[in-house]
Design a protein around this ligand. Structure first.
Ligand SMILES: [Ca+2]
Length: 248
């Protein structure tokens, strides 16, 4: 009978020991998982903080500026450009060259000290005109030497798509054949007189062009007249000149 009691006590002790060991094992396992979870949460939090610090906040700032510009009306864009707050893309008449233009490329008389005024840089704001025939006006700054600088302002962007490029390519515009055309002319040098017209569309692509003028390289007083690649008579030249520049 005593032996039987001893056995029961031993078995009970073993069961209790097993239960204790198992319980401790489970507790230890759960604690480890908690530590892993907490470490993972902390690491994720850190990643989020880095993401915010490194990209989201500055990007949001940049986006705000871009959004401000994108939401400007054409008039506001042009004014911001004239005030030096934004830059413009300038495109060459001669080739595909482009460059960045800002308001240091010209002077307004009322905001430039008299001793710094330069006639080749002096400009005056002109009445806006739909120079690219898309139903919206473009903005014009006129210089007495080089003529017009023509600005298309939309979608957060200012593009100077035509301007005078030297005295052999003075820039102006005319209404001819039901549309506005940009004119580059050379009328102040000896031996020739040239008019080159470009018709733009709303995407600032040249959709048509016309060239005419006269040449007298030897200064003999006898001029040869041309339209594009063909020779024309003096009368034809004069009629064309009238249609391009005088009839609206
Ligand atoms: Ca237009």
């Amino acid at each position: 009978m005593r032996r039987k009691q001893k056995r029961i006590i031993s078995i009970t002790t073993i069961i209790v020991a097993i239960l204790l060991i198992t319980g401790y094992g489970v507790w230890f396992f759960m604690q480890s998982n908690n530590v892993d979870d907490n470490t993972e949460i902390a690491q994720n939090q850190e990643k989020q903080d880095v993401t915010l610090k490194d990209s989201e906040v500055p990007m949001a700032g940049e986006e705000k500026i871009d959004t401000d510009i994108a939401e400007m009306s054409p008039e506001e864009l042009f004014q911001a450009f004239c005030d030096g707050k934004i830059k413009a893309e300038a495109r060459s008449y001669y080739d595909d060259t482009t460059w960045t233009m800002d308001n240091t490329y010209f002077q307004f008389e009322d905001s430039t000290p008299e001793e710094e005024l330069d006639v080749t840089m002096l400009v005056e704001k002109m009445e806006p005109v739909d120079l690219d025939n898309d139903g919206e006006v473009e903005f014009i700054l006129q210089n007495p030497v080089y003529g017009d600088m023509c600005f298309d302002c939309k979608d957060g962007k200012v593009v100077c798509f035509s301007q005078g490029e030297g005295t052999a390519a003075m820039c102006s515009y005319t209404k001819y054949d039901g549309a506005y055309w940009i004119v580059h002319s050379d009328t102040t040098h000896g031996g020739r007189c040239t008019y080159e017209l470009s018709k733009f569309n709303g995407d600032l692509e040249v959709t048509d062009s016309l060239r005419f003028g006269w040449e007298d390289w030897e200064d003999t007083g006898v001029k040869s007249y041309y339209k594009d690649d063909n020779e024309i008579s003096e009368t034809e030249y004069e009629e064309l000149y009238k249609k391009v520049f005088e009839e609206k």
